[in-house]
Design a protein around this ligand. Sequence first.
Ligand SMILES: [Zn+2]
Ligand SMILES: [Zn+2]
Length: 424
Amino acid sequence: MEVPTLRLEAGETVARSTMPLLPLLSLLLLPAVLLASAPPSAPPSAMGAQEKVCPWCKNDLVALKTAGLVSHGPFIFGVATSDKVAERLGDVRVYFLESAHLRIASMLGEYTVPDKEAKKIRAELKELKAALPRIDDRTRRLDPWLRLHIAALRAEKQYAAFLDLLGKKESDFPDGETVYDPGSGKPYMGEGPYLGEKDKYDLYLAETLATYQDLLVQHYGVTTKKPQRWNSIKRGAMFFGLWSKEENLNSDTAIHACLAHNLGHNYLDGYRYYAYDLPVWLTEGFGHWWQRAIDIEYVNYCNIEGTNPLKQTGAGWQADTRRLVMRDRAAPLAELTRKNSFAELDQNDHLVVWSKVDFLIGTDRKKFAAFIDRLKGRTDTEGFTLSRGLPEAQREALKEIYGWSYPEFEEAWKAHVLATYATQ
Ligand SMILES: [Zn+2]
Ligand SMILES: [Zn+2]
């Protein structure tokens, strides 16, 4: 696929989900799906039931700004607005928050923090309290507003960590107004200020399946229970949504880990503008890497729905990867770089792609940043984005940046796994 970067205005919302095939099918079925759907609960007249004032920031714009936030709405969201989303939901309470780089719609309900999560969440509340002093960092009871603020904190911290990992700062990205000049001698950094995307990243955290599926159908024409990512070309905005009661999301930490996995995808895809897909070994390995930074217990797979269930815990991944290496059953990178769809990754591949990305980052973060820069935002002399030749570009980048041929990389990676990974 070769996409002229400056000619995408006419595009429509493009499915880019964790299930590459299903959204396309669903788009074909869209008119029927829309006709059949009804709001998940009460009519718009019940809007008055929406609680508008946040007890922690009091919707005070100065306090919000100090906390790196913008407002509790209204704002543009998905293919509509926060007001439209709230209107559609009727008396189902939905809470909105716009931060520096994200727009969030959350229905996450009250949550009693169990002992296991107390330390983690207390540290997060402490961070929030620094800018919003009304917050009690010792509380074990999170209300929906607090969960919303915590979601923004997590997503923004990951945004900052992503910039740091890639060795970039906000000012490295274009303002979204100036057209890229390929003759400037400067690298193409995308189409806008949000890592290269024109607009902010959307997050939808639904509490019930009905509300989750209703928004997905209304905005993107797809129904699923699974976490979903989408790209709106028109807005230049990435979307991620989840249903918080999905079987794998059984705690606040599980939700956080899933969020981290998928924001890892969205930030990387958005980086220097989403014009083509990176190879799946790299994006999926990157998603797992962020997820495991939150908690190694939780795993999310980007895969076609309906395939054989994969292992639902990541706790044993080091030992499992080690066993694969010892039995010479780990897919070599040269083979993985030829896989183009998430469906081509099996259980063992997921471990291997995580481990290889982790190894590349751990070996030298600056080299990893340079490696990504060779693969994202590629343009030709006319300024058109270039996805052609990605397989060769990976091989060349590995050699020139890390100094490894594929076989040399394999040896170095295997030695690292055998020397450092847990045996069980
Ligand atoms: Zn607030
Ligand atoms: Zn993934």
